[in-house]
Design a protein around this ligand. Structure first.
Ligand SMILES: [Cu+2]
Length: 217
């Protein structure tokens, strides 16, 4: 999204109230003030559980801000930091996020009941932030961020997004992958995520691809 060209994958393997989160990102903004471009990344929760369409740019400045996406992917449930606190308090802890144009992230962290609930009901969304300002309308890219006025909007705007859906890995213990499974069976799998299970997402950075994916359904 936001013309970022950023793509990736994310998976969450839940065991009890802990989860191992893996995120792989490519095509992200590379440098910021001579250092690696920090990419805030979060599990957003408790809204529609979808990535925002281009029309989510409510103020029409050519950039979908993080705030403009909240009605779709929800507020932050878990901050996917590299160390320390993982709550929403660490939303912009730029020195504790991965950075650069491509990276791999893995961390086992404590799940809050709220994030676990959204993983169960399919409303958990991984969002990776930070877009190369040269890919955005110039004036809008450098205006103060809606999250922190000390940062330019480009530094915090969403770059890639994917809804965490229950994966085949989660289905396997229930008797193997059965693509013809009735809806109720699928719900059983989803409901088990809070105890043990897995969820995965493909992170999509381009609005065009996102719309193609939608029309396939
Ligand atoms: Cu976020």
């Amino acid at each position: 999204m936001n013309n970022s060209g950023t793509t990736g994958t994310a998976s969450v393997n839940v065991h009890g109230n802990q989860a191992t989160v893996d995120v792989k990102v490519d095509g992200a903004a590379e440098t910021f003030k001579d250092g690696p471009f920090p990419h805030a990344q979060h599990i957003h929760i408790a809204a529609q559980g979808v990535c925002p369409p281009p029309s989510a740019d409510a103020d029409g400045d050519g950039i979908m801000s993080t705030t403009e996406g909240h009605p779709y992917y929800g507020m932050i449930g878990t901050s996917l930091t590299t160390k320390g606190d993982t709550s929403a308090d660490s939303a912009l802890a730029v020195d504790r996020f991965p950075g650069g144009s491509s990276y791999t992230y893995e961390r086992t962290l404590q799940l809050t009941p709220e994030t676990a609930q959204s993983l169960k009901n399919g409303t958990a969304v991984v969002v990776v932030h930070g877009v190369d300002p040269t890919k955005l309308p110039a004036a809008s890219a450098m205006k103060p961020s809606d999250l922190d006025p000390k940062l330019p909007q480009a530094a915090t705007a969403p770059a890639a997004c994917g809804t965490l859906g229950a994966s085949q890995m989660a289905a396997m213990p229930k008797g193997g992958a059965d693509t013809g499974a009735p809806v109720s069976s699928h719900s059983d799998v989803a409901a088990e995520i809070g105890v043990a299970g897995a969820a995965a997402a493909v992170l999509v950075g381009s609005g065009v691809v996102m719309m193609r994916r939608r029309s396939q359904k």
